[in-house]
Design a protein around this ligand. Sequence first.
Ligand code: XMP
Length: 326
Amino acid sequence: MQNNVRPETMERITTKALADAFIAEQVKEIREQVGDKKVLLALSGGVDSSVVAALLIKAIGKQLVCVHVNHGLMRKGESEQVIEVFGKELDANLIYVDATDRFLDLLKDVAEPERKRKIIGGEFIKVFDEEAAKLEGIDFLAQGTIYPDILESDGVKAHHNVGGLPEDMAMELVEPVKLLYKDEVRVVGEALGLPHGMVYRQPFPGPGLGVRCLGAITRDRLHALREADAILREEFDNCGLAEKVWQYFIAVPDFKSVGVRNDKRYEGWPAIIRAINTTDAMSATIEEIPYAVLHKITDRITSEVEGINRVLLDLTPKPVGTIEWE
Ligand code: XMP
């Protein structure tokens, strides 16, 4: 396990020049390790797996097979971005699996958060396994393990990440960024030419919108959540908060309140805004959002999103509130 320890002499990658040197070294190492064999990668579109994909594409091109499983709980536009960037721009060997129905059918009527997580994690492995079984001659499995994952070997990522893969997959691992910290992965990602928005995107839980569509998920409420979340992200981009706030999202609970729209009674769900700052996600403070921005977001969500008739702001720091609602 010696090579799982970051050497004290290893310089922190903070510049394009240092990133380029790292990339050149990794390209060489990957080619040596893999030879002319094939490598499989579960590509979620998150920072770590995206950077690993870009590195491997540079090193071995079509010998890399990326599988993107859309569990139907992605934010608006995320799967489309994976297809655009990896499938089209980088011309990767990309298998796209739309498993939305499988996940949503399994999650029907399941309200308990940890059960929801288990179902999503378990089904992800199943879908990925099925895709892997269809392929022939794959000898390596690439993973976006980063150094904090190794340091926290009690497994925050292991139990958190939907990308956690079956242990019995008899493949040798390729983990080119396993000695890097998150900020370094981002510098490397930009040096590889990945879009800024992909490289600097906020953390997104593996179970995705599944833990923000509170209680038992329904398709209409999930759709409303996705649209409201997209509006929040757009407005945070517009006013510069996106660069400043660590994590921000909408949660939609499974109850309705009475309202009025076009002179008629209009029952809808509330959209809850959560915008927090933290360094390690163990504790979190609340970002102050200017009232003008809040009014704009409220106007847009209540007029553009079918099914939502109120917008609320969650002012609770962690502790006592966790970052996610469930
Ligand atoms: P909490 O809600 O525990 O969240 O304050 C702390 C951080 O972890 C993220 N989170 C998850 N990430 N799978 C993940 O990959 C999960 O099941 C999960 N639950 C919470 C959360 O978004 C926050 O950044």
